[in-house]
Design a protein around this ligand. Sequence first.
Ligand code: ADP
Ligand code: MG
Length: 572
Amino acid sequence: MKDFYNNLFIKNIISLLDKRDRIFFICLLALSVVISMIEFVGISAIIPFISIITDNSIVINNRYLHYFYDFFNFQSIPDFIIIFGLLLVAYFFFRGFFNLFYYHMIARFSYGRYNKLSNKLFRQLLYSPYKKFQHLDSSSIYRSILNETINTSQLLVSLLNILSESMIVILLYFLLLYVNLKATLIITIFFLILIITVFIIITKKMERVSIERSNSLKTAYEILANFFYNFKFIKLISSENYLLKNFNTNINTITKAYTKSYTISNLPRMFLETIGFSVIIIFFLYVLFYNKTSLSYAITFISIYVLALYRMLPSFNRILSNYNNILFNYKSIEIIANELMSTIEIGGNKPVSLNNYIRTENLTFYYKENSYILKNVNIEIRKSAKIGIIGKSGSGKSTFLDLLMAFLKPVKGKILIDNLELNNDIIKSWRNHIGYIPQNIFLFNGTIEENILFGRELDKNLLLKAVKQSHIEHLIEKNAKSNSKIGEGGLLLSGGERQRIAIARALYGNPDILIMDEATNSLDIEVENEIMNDIFRECADKTIIIVSHRLNTVERCDKVFTLINGDLVQKL
Ligand code: ADP
Ligand code: MG
């Protein structure tokens, strides 16, 4: 909670709002000043109305009322009272509509920020460097993008509510001070002590609840993800009950957190209302029996207090419950602000093309200091060459490909495309030349065509060619009839079929350079041969880099390297 009170909290909020948001926020604040004025005028106008009803002569005796009476040429006091009453009714209708408009604007602000923040967050993720991506976990991402953003937007609303309600309280407070300084000050001290006590108790409780909620939500997402990826395994070791129990525990914590926060947020209201109304009644009795002034004055005087307190109490409640809401959600704003501050990588688009060779110069890489994956690798890959890379599993083949595609940066040395160093300036255009078939393919739950296109525009000829080269015509035919989806991760297909769709996906972009990372290891040798023959025949002018642990996959290649002890050694 420390950071809640220091300016980190404020800094985080400010960092989440761009210039337009801030202007919107300030406009809403201005609007809330208007709202509090309207509330204030409404309540102030009731007071003379009550005075007139209790003592009709005030219309004549009071300077201002008399002026109005004459100005509009009223014939009788009852006429005046009726018109006054009707005007008040009209005013409260206006107040209602204006408040509605205000709430509408608040909702627009809040959910608009939700919209913007989710998008911003997802954009941030999309542009995160590969190095960061490797350490992300999907559960906290889902939580951040979908839950924490909405909490943050609610927090902003709470902040606005607190500011506008405080304004109302302050205005009414000045009215009370004006009416009776001494009585008001006594009541103030009394209420201040109460409110501060309540604040302190609540802050502690809410902080705990907020952290519990946030953590349990993340774990619940993790359990769900686990279920998706390990269904068969869960069945085999019959761990349904274990998972269910785990899930239950977390949902229980979340439920308890929400229940607690709801109860706690209503606690101050009940507390204040009980005390508040008791004070009003006692005050009433006091004025009635000990006050020497006339009854009509006393009633007017009391009505002011009753009205003001009657309006102030809900304001206090709202301030308190919104304060609770902030406490309950302040963790969200921290999570989001941190996420948005993380580095992003927007690759440069400086044109690059492969005309002669890709060359590595003393290319060196490790994940952990001194446990080298690659050490001083110097190789040359000529344009249109067909290169095979073999090596034991874990020797660093995929890592080498990641370096070639600039997902990882060399620790030392460099990669040259012709004479251009592969760095951030050319990342984007360089990647546009590459078709990549990864070791782990993840297909989404759409049709086969959708999976091949992957959001790119449909070009029938290209699609047909890619489908043919990856030998999936029959698969498409089979699925086209039923227009069926292939399941999450391509669950409804075999491993080999998934690989062939991934190959089609890479070929569809008609890349100059094709990188295949164990892309055919789920295919039987016969199908692999057919596909590789096709690719080699059709792609004579393309540069192809094939990684495999099977020697026969790379036997067609012009050059074969073995990755061993951090070096790429050419096989003769
Ligand atoms: P290959 O593709 O040849 O099977 P990889 O390039 O995937 O091997 O991995 C090479 C080594 O680097 C492995 O020992 C692996 O455990 C390690 N490794 C891979 N990715 C990371 C990472 N992000 N952080 C730390 N070590 C990693
Ligand atoms: Mg690998």
